[in-house]
Design a protein around this ligand. Sequence first.
Ligand SMILES: [Zn+2]
Ligand SMILES: [Zn+2]
Length: 370
Amino acid sequence: MIPNLGALIPRLPSNTWQPKRLVSCRDFVGAAAAEGQPLVSGFKEVGPLHSQRASPRPLANLAAFGLTALGLRRLQGTAEGKRKLFWQAGCGQLCRSQVSRGSAQRAIPIRRRTSESSEEEGVAYFKPLVEGDLLRASPPQRVLVAAMIALLAAGLIRVGGLLSAAAAAGGGAVEMSVACALAVLLGAEFADFGTGVYHFSVDNYGSASTPVVGSQIEAFQGHHEEPWTITHRDFCNNCFPTCLATMPFLAAGELLASSPYLLLWAVTACAGIAFCQALHKWSHTLRSQCHPVINWLQDRRVLVARKVHLRHHKRPFETNYCIVTGHMNPILDKSGFFRVLAALIAQLTGVRPRCETGSRFEYLVERRVG
Ligand SMILES: [Zn+2]
Ligand SMILES: [Zn+2]
């Protein structure tokens, strides 16, 4: 039983979040039918979700969700349409179980954004919300990710060398194997925890003009508005910022560590953090579009699963921040870790997190709706 320290902190009144332009699910489907192709997606939104009570109108929610999904299916047979349908399904599931009394489910119509130069025959070019953001990896990004993979491989080779030396010095095979397994486990869970803390920080504080991490803050807000964008990103484009951030630590660890277990822990932790965005992407990708090995690992909860990460994607985005294994999520959420952290930050700086104030990046919302 995990004590919930967060429950001791009184919740301050939230500015209730209001989307700019709302229509009901029925209106959305009707408008889609009237306008034809330009209207490609609706996204189910709900009001503040602080209550965990069951929906007072489960059948109405189910009907609204079905109507929206039908409209989508009729409009989009493409992979992008399926991805959005996947999100509709997930959000509908959450809405049905967790919507609070009095909050309304609505849909925002989104117009197809096209690029005159890049639209391929019959396929809508998917444009990110963040201005200037590119989904394809540049050559320097590919080189950086390749260098990170080489550094990880070098780390493993050095771990092998240190283990051989330890065995030659009389180390027992069983003890060494158990220590290695423990190092890998702790490394993966540390990476999960680290990504959770980082994700909490960029989701809740700062703006696009914040030094160093401003672009990440904006990207995470864009991800909340259109979560399927990540599925269009190249591997290297997706992972290069975290590779860049972890590379110096890994290099230092490889130079300084004399214990094979400590180095194995560091290599696992750095690998988890460096490639967390790939794991995040797979948790957003349709099962049919993921490699079977990824699906298998997700099913066994080795990697963060779709269901687990989907819980993060409901307003006010205050839970399930960890995106490596997802194992730390229940521990951090049930203990109220992030609520305590937010209360400490508010105490020290006077700044409340976005998950409490309900504020959004309005210019991204405008781009999404417009
Ligand atoms: Zn988030
Ligand atoms: Zn996500």
